[in-house]
Design a protein around this ligand. Structure first.
Ligand code: FES
Length: 86
């Protein structure tokens, strides 16, 4: 998230740009999709598991995710479609 902010990369959709939890992991509005380099990130937090339990592991909350080494490729504001519940 700090990297995104420094690069002025928008991680929020619509009104969430102003209405969000300021990075405490409570609102779930800063979803990103990691396209490459997942191994370079911190593990999912409990808050991420709560918000993203029905989404693929590549989905993360930007405010809860830190780069620990190397580089990553992410998609901000990914299309989130209903996931089947089988
Ligand atoms: S800013 Fe609210 S969960 Fe990330």
């Amino acid at each position: 998230m700090r990297v995104a902010k420094a690069g002025r990369i928008a991680t929020y959709e619509g009104a969430h740009w102003w209405l969000n939890c300021l990075g405490t992991g409570l609102c779930g509005s800063c979803v990103i999709e990691v396209r490459d380099g997942m191994e370079n990130l911190t593990p999912r937090t409990k808050l991420e598991e709560m918000h993203l339990s029905e989404f693929p592991r590549a989905f993360r909350l930007a405010c809860q995710t830190e780069i620990v080494k190397g580089s990553v490729t992410i998609l901000t504001r990914p299309k989130i479609e209903a996931q089947p519940r089988y």
